[in-house]
Design a protein around this ligand. Structure first.
Ligand code: FAD
Ligand code: NAD
Length: 509
């Protein structure tokens, strides 16, 4: 893993070329990978130029450090000297310079709020801002929150609690009708009880240290009135005088982007080979967690690699395409499955592959902008997937085939390099045989001479044949996911064929 390949970096196939939010990454010089950066931070070199001293930085001082050879950036009230990091930044030096000598929190959040910069840049920490230029995360002034909500015609949720001898019930009044079990995530870890309710782009958070111990809890949603009930089973049948102590962000209703990613430790239960380089990982959630990943959304996995926390996005799948299709009601929410390709010279996946059964990985709350409401009137669903870009399609496919009443046709065009790279090929073929609405076509970019199927990369010819509607005016959705050049080219070709923005969904970070 530590050998640096001699080709240009990132390699044409590198995940480090994956753009976040549609932005391209630049090639980095050799010896400037994330792993090289981690090594530099562990070398004991003075990266701030302050010999380990932390200082209070005024706005005037920050502004002075606005050049490539002397660049300080403030993120959430902390100032970093990012000069030594310039050449390692996957987005390139110019991108980093946009925030030089100023508060880069918003720019950072727009592009990669999930990157664990505190850990990656800890050796570059210069100090705190003397006067905070930005409001720290999760702490918007009440008036600002209220103004934003008022503009959007939304009022803040609230909560209440009551008890019987054996139970305590926390009731969250969301004041929204489209709330379901996916909308609420509950974690009871150590002394913290945390319930995050997702309401459009906002989070309502209950976060308390409970005054008494509990055995377990369950979550119910009364959809038509938008009420969530979290029922706690008391360990002892005593009367609680109060629910507990408020913790960070308790009873706050804040934009989701300001909440930070919340992680829980999950245990590796099994790991199975699916292809020569892709494995199905099964992770178990802690028993005291209520958590479901909505269709089309991803999570972040976090591992500590040589002392630095590294985070990468992955899209949960079901354990198999066919079992969930046969038994859609049999949902065991304690397990999360991932199809993950192991890149031998990658940073994260070889570490993941090294984990033993019983080891732990942290999993974040779900993220993503795919909305199941895009589906309701759908008649034709076209899925364009390349390599592990197949992962979001798994749940989308299952959901569509089991839940959409008007659905006539689901077609998957699955692009891979060789036959050996095709994930779940026989399951896909069986599903196509069983359900006449579903069809799959495999396209290979580097096939052997024996391959009789389609060849090449995504192209106008392949798409014109594939994208045949069931009727002239049918409601269509096209989902696309894969390496960034594949997705970008696919979107261009779809626009050329006059599909509208609303008819295309691309999966990105
Ligand atoms: P990286 O370190 O990023 O390296 C990847 C490639 O670059 C390898 O080919 C490696 O050989 C090459 N490389 C690395 N260093 C160098 C160097 N110095 N010089 C030349 N080449 C180099 N992936 C999945 O498998 N399953 C999923 O479900 C999934 N879901 C995703 C969801 C989203 C929203 C996104 C954005 C990505 C998803 N990915 C998924 C991709 C995943 O996040 C990672 O990018 C991927 O696992 C690679 O991580 P890595 O750290 O192991 O590899
Ligand atoms: P891969 O290298 O095996 O390539 C699979 C196919 O993609 C190729 O056969 C080819 O048809 C196509 N392709 C590759 N490069 C292309 C290019 N430059 N132009 C046009 N087509 C190209 O793919 P992989 O290693 O499995 O990588 C899968 C990618 O999907 C990764 O970049 C990963 O980050 C991304 N992904 C994204 C999400 C998401 O939700 N955003 C989810 C899963 C995977």
């Amino acid at each position: 893993m530590l050998n640096v390949p001699s080709q240009s970096f990132p390699a044409p196939s590198s995940q480090q070329r994956v753009s976040a939010g549609g932005r391209s990454k630049v090639p980095l010089k050799q010896g400037r990978s994330l792993m090289d950066w981690i090594r530099l931070t562990k070398s004991g070199k003075d990266l701030t130029g302050l010999k380990g001293r932390l200082i209070e930085v005024t706005e005037e001082e920050l502004k002075k450090h606005n050049k490539k050879h002397d660049c300080w950036i403030c993120i959430r009230g902390f100032v970093y000297n990012v000069t030594p990091y310039m050449e390692y930044h996957p987005g390139g030096e110019d991108e980093l310079m946009r925030a030089a000598g100023s508060d880069g929190t918003d720019l950072f959040d727009q592009v990669h709020r999930w990157v664990n910069y505190e850990s990656m840049l800890k050796e570059c920490l210069v100090g705190r801002m003397a006067v905070k230029p930005a409001v720290p995360k999760g702490m918007l002034p009440k008036s600002q929150v209220t103004d934003t909500l008022a503009k959007e015609g939304r009022s803040s949720p609230s909560y209440d609690w009551f008890q019987t001898d054996s139970l305590v019930t926390i009731v969250i009044y969301t004041k929204q009708k489209d709330i379901n079990l996916d909308s609420v995530i509950v974690d009871h870890q150590d002394d913290s009880f945390r319930a995050e309710t997702l309401i459009k782009d906002y989070s309502y958070i209950i976060h308390i240290e409970l005054s008494h111990e509990i055995e377990d809890f369950s979550v119910r949603v009364v959809e038509n009135v938008g009420k969530i009930e979290i029922v706690l089973k008391k360990k002892e049948n005593t009367s609680w005088k109060r629910l507990g102590h408020p913790l960070e962000n308790h009873n706050s209703f804040i934009p989701k982007k300001d909440t930070g990613l919340y992680y829980r430790k999950c245990q590796l239960i099994s790991k199975e080979d699916v292809t020569h380089d892709t494995k199905l990982f099964c992770l178990m959630l802690p028993p005291s967690t209520h958590f479901q990943v909505p269709v089309g959304q991803h999570v972040y996995l976090k591992l500590t690699i040589t002392g630095t926390e590294i985070v990468k996005p992955y899209t949960p799948v079901s354990d198999s395409l066919l079992s969930e299709f046969k038994e859609p009601v049999l949902l065991n929410n304690k397990y999360i499955y991932f199809l993950i390709k192991i890149y031998p010279t990658g940073l994260f996946t070889p570490e993941l592959d090294q984990l033993q059964i019983g080891d732990f990985v942290s999993i974040s709350n779900p993220e993503g902008n795919f909305k199941i409401s895009q589906f309701q009137e759908l008649e034709d669903l076209f899925l364009l997937a390349a390599g592990t870009g197949f992962t979001p399609m798994v749940k989308v496919l299952n959901y569509a085939l089991t839940n959409i009443p008007n659905l006539r046709k689901v077609k998957l065009m699955f692009f891979n390099k060789t036959e050996d790279d095709i994930i779940w090929r026989s399951q896909l073929e069986k599903l196509a045989f069983k359900d006449k609405r579903f069809d799959v076509e495999f396209v290979l970019s580097a096939p052997t001479s024996e391959w009789n199927g389609k060849r090449g990369h995504i192209s106008p010819d392949l798409l014109s044949e594939f994208l045949k509607r069931s009727s002239d005016k049918s409601e269509v959705l096209i989902c696309i996911c894969g390496p960034t050049p594949f997705t970008e080219q696919g979107i261009r070709l779809l626009h050329d064929r006059n599909f509208s923005e609303e008819e295309i969904h691309s999966f990105t970070a």
